[in-house]
Write a protein that binds this ligand. Structure first.
Ligand SMILES: Cc1ncc(COP(=O)(O)O)c(C=O)c1O
Length: 294
């Protein structure tokens, strides 16, 4: 487990990581949202997408966001952190009393922490990006909830259970379906199948997290590569019959899938093109300086 080395809460640098109130509704009910972001050369690539998903999630939960405080907190954290690593941003509704109702609670907590990334982790990711990963089919399914689909709430228990299955199966990732057996995503990644040159990805209108790399591919990179991405339900049979399968995540980017049950793939030409274009885009996005985009 990687330990955070720097933490800012509501704009204040904390010397101890053990400083969140027991009354915080994020702890009591998962009443909040989070973002896990890649920090590269003191920039956060795809910041705009992270920020928009955060704002959208908070809007759905009716939690207000002090954007100036968020900006100040980020700037403060970046003074202490290494130039490269991972930033985890959590916004909760704040402290409240007993009961689910958030009535009268309006003191959100913005916590931002820096997590260093070890050389071993970087090498491990490079290896997975190159060789591909083994994916386990999880028994755990994703419950549907239209109001929460696409956003990253602090309620992630289906993914926690699924991750335990992945560990027990000695695999790198796990495939999650909805209760009707349609493929939705991996435990911490979005999924894409390639068939006859076309790319397919599940709709996330009832469950799943709409990832920033998924959005980048769908809104910008696919068309630049003259590729089409179709959002539609995907069955397990279609997945197994695909020519290529790959996974996306904002920190680890693109991983080709090399094994799922008895099915085997080689990282294919479209996956490689996508991988390269994500790396190129992220390198160029860094140079923009994310603060101007707020
Ligand atoms: C469940 C789930 N799906 C998809 C993703 C990919 O999202 P992103 O590309 O924003 O990292 C994540 C990221 O952690 C996730 O936890």
């Amino acid at each position: 487990m990687t330990q955070a080395t720097h933490l800012i809460i509501n704009g204040h640098y904390k010397t101890s990581l053990h400083c969140v109130s027991i009354l915080d509704r994020g702890l009591a009910y998962g009443d909040g949202v989070f973002e896990t972001m890649y920090l590269s050369n003191r920039c956060i690539p795809l910041w705009q997408y992270h920020y928009e998903r955060l704002q959208y999630g908070l809007k759905r939960l009716h939690i207000s966001l002090d954007t100036q405080l968020l900006k100040d907190s980020l700037q403060k954290l970046l003074k202490y952190s290494d130039p490269d690593g991972v930033i985890k941003l959590i916004v909760t509704r704040g402290q409240g009393g007993r009961g689910y109702s958030p009535d009268g609670v309006d003191n959100p907590m913005i916590s931002i922490m820096f997590l260093p990334v070890s050389t071993k982790l970087i090498e491990d990711n490079a290896n997975k990006a190159e060789q591909g990963v083994n994916v386990h089919r999880c028994i755990q399914t994703l419950p549907e909830c239209v109001a929460l689909s696409g956003i990253k709430t602090l309620n992630q228990l289906p993914y926690v259970l699924a991750s335990q299955e992945v560990r027990q199966a000695d695999c790198d990732e796990g495939l999650l379906c909805n209760d009707d057996g349609f493929v939705i995503e991996a435990t911490a990644r979005n999924i894409f199948c390639v068939n006859n040159g076309e790319i397919y990805t599940p709709q996330l209108n009832k469950c799943g997290v709409a990832g920033v790399i998924r959005r980048l591919l769908m809104e910008k990179l696919a068309s630049r590569l003259s590729l089409n991405i179709h959002e539609r339900p995907i069955t397990m049979n279609e997945l197994v019959a695909a020519n290529e399968v790959f996974l996306s995540n904002g920190v680890t980017h693109i991983w080709p899938v090399k094994a799922f049950g008895k099915t085997r793939w080689q990282p294919g030409p479209i996956t490689r093109k996508i991988q390269q274009s994500v790396e190129d885009y992220i390198a160029s996005d860094c140079s923009l300086g994310f603060m101007e985009q707020m």
